[in-house]
Ligand binder design. Structure first.
Ligand code: FE2
Ligand code: FE2
Length: 237
């Protein structure tokens, strides 16, 4: 039964389709997911009772795909995160770097907010590149090795970083930093509102920023709310 004291994170995990609703209502379900629904609705300026009613309706049509993330092995979840979200983020960072410069060159003089958006985008890339590298090279292989050891009833592998809670905490802090940059990017572009003289490249850029944001929300949600809690639980088995 859904109620207003449940955290946004619990809801995002239990009713996977809720993430789409949260996205539409601008309710933060990835980095700010530990807030109770009532508080999150208040911050987003929406009526909590309406949101509960909408969530109740969603729960009845749970999509199989989304629910499956909870059932996946951690190794398969990691593969999904890398193949879907890391690959997409890396290719968008390359594509949008060139597009951002092109739009700034053409419209930066008339639209100075583009310069701020460009600087924020570069800051986001500078955060995400080493972040994903650390996940792929250190944390994810360790989680997969820990799961492998558990399935053979073996002791957990040696961890150079002590407890797995340490790199998880670091990754979550970096997610918060990326979330802050995304919020700023939205603010400086007035929610990606296009000016009347926006050319096709300008439109493409704002659509792509919004798409990158949406994908990062789902990506961070899967790590913060599904993968990391399961990895932490596995360590203390
Ligand atoms: Fe990631
Ligand atoms: Fe991450």
């Amino acid at each position: 039964m859904i109620n207003s004291t449940m955290t946004v994170r619990e809801l995002a995990v239990q009713v996977p389709e809720s993430t789409r609703l949260f996205e539409t209502l601008k309710i933060d379900y990835c980095c700010g997911g530990n807030k109770p629904l009532a508080e999150a609705c208040e911050s987003a300026g929406v009526e909590v009772d309406n949101v509960i009613a909408l969530l109740g309706a969603l729960g009845k049509t749970d999509s199989k795909d989304a629910a499956d993330f909870q059932q996946l092995s951690l190794n398969d979840l990691i593969t999904h995160i890398i193949e879907t979200h890391h690959v997409f983020t890396k290719s968008e960072m390359v594509r949008l770097e060139a597009l951002t410069q092109k739009v700034i060159d053409a419209h930066g003089a008339n639209h100075p907010e583009l310069l701020k958006a460009g600087a924020l985008f570069r800051q986001l890339c500078a955060e995400l590149t080493p972040h994903m590298f650390k996940e792929e090279q250190v944390l994810f292989p360790y989680i997969a090795a820990m799961e492998g050891a558990a399935s053979h009833d073996q002791p957990r592998p040696f961890a150079p970083f002590g407890t797995v809670a340490n790199p998880i905490r670091m990754m979550m802090r970096e997610h918060d930093a990326a979330g802050d940059i995304l919020r700023e990017l939205r603010a400086v572009t007035s929610d990606y509102k296009l000016p009347s003289d926006a050319c096709f490249s300008y439109q493409t850029l704002y659509q792509a920023f919004a798409g990158l944001e949406k994908d990062l929300h789902q990506h961070i949600h899967l790590e913060n709310n599904v993968l990391f809690p399961k990895a932490a639980a596995l360590e203390t088995r």
